[in-house]
Design a protein. Structure first.
Lengths: 140, 150
């Protein structure tokens, strides 16, 4: 089943890299939407269904916390899994994000493999399942 | 508190993990360098606001951007270089906080500019080289907290 994914990050380059990693990891990605901050993400959600959101925390206009709060308040979106990909290392802030509904987080800098493993868990892909085209030694 | 050790660790981790670049740390910045790509990020600490600047020579910044994006360096435009250098500073700030163990620290939003790499008086710096040539410098200065920050 292809997954519709939204990548939310104020860095266009980072969005591009995450998109490449998703492709190289063998996930069946349907629509892959991109947003530059939480506000843009919410606007896109008005007209698109996504199965998974990968979001940064530190963004202008609306940060990852604002996005999580908005998702939590919306009946239609509250169960959409959100994985944070962030430079945040403050444990209190990470805990706050998890309490707001984030399903997990990946710290930048990251290796492509850590994204694959997190998504396996979140999306319930069987552990140990070898995704086609995945090379654990290569990063991208 | 010395920022040298956590900063060095963060520089190495970031450049190696996401940019596939290994650098050597140098003792001082060479004289007469010009045209650095620089991103600054504020880090709010309990003791003040630390302004961290990641400054790199154009060729190294372009190479880092190309490695990050997985393309040839002649296919990277100036906007992509700026975006990648900003993201590098973002990761540097986060890595520094993690390595320094300063848990309450908060990161701001990085900004990019092209500079001549003037160093902050009374601040710290870590010059680095790539393949034997000066490639850039990370510098920082702790200032009193002023105004509001997101």
């Amino acid at each position: 089943m292809p997954y519709n994914v939204m990548i939310v990050d104020d860095s266009r380059s980072m969005r591009q890299v995450i998109r490449k990693i998703l492709g190289a990891s063998g996930f069946k990605v349907g629509d892959c939407l991109e947003a530059g901050n939480g506000r843009e993400a919410l606007d896109l959600l008005e007209s698109h269904w996504v199965d998974l959101i990968l979001s940064d925390i530190h963004m202008p206009e609306m940060d990852g916390f604002g996005l999580l709060r908005a998702l939590k308040e919306n009946e239609e979106w509250r169960d959409t899994p959100v994985v944070l990909i962030t430079t945040e290392s403050n444990e209190d802030r990470i805990q706050e994000a998890l309490s707001l509904g984030a399903k997990g987080y990946i710290r930048k800098p990251f290796r492509a493999e850590s994204i694959r493993l997190h998504l396996n868990q979140i999306l319930g892909i069987e552990e140990g399942y070898e995704l086609p085209g995945t090379d654990e030694e290569s990063d991208f | 508190m010395s920022y040298q050790a956590p900063m060095r660790k963060a520089i190495s981790e970031i450049l190696e993990t996401m940019f596939f670049l290994s650098v050597d740390f140098e003792d001082r910045v060479p004289e007469g360098r010009l045209g650095l790509c620089e991103a600054r990020i504020p880090v709010r600490l309990e003791s003040g606001e630390l302004s961290i600047a990641m400054s790199m020579v154009e060729d190294f910044a372009r190479l880092a951007a190309a490695n990050f994006l997985g393309v040839d360096d002649d296919r990277v435009d100036d906007g992509e270089v700026a975006d990648v250098v900003r993201e590098m500073a973002n990761m540097l700030g986060g890595g520094f906080i993690e390595n320094s163990g300063d848990s309450p620290a908060r990161l701001g939003i990085p900004t990019f500019s092209r500079t001549h790499g003037e160093m902050e008086p009374d601040g710290g710096e870590i010059p680095f080289a790539f393949m034997g040539d000066f490639a850039g410098v990370v510098s920082w200065k702790l200032m009193p907290i002023s105004g509001s920050q997101t």
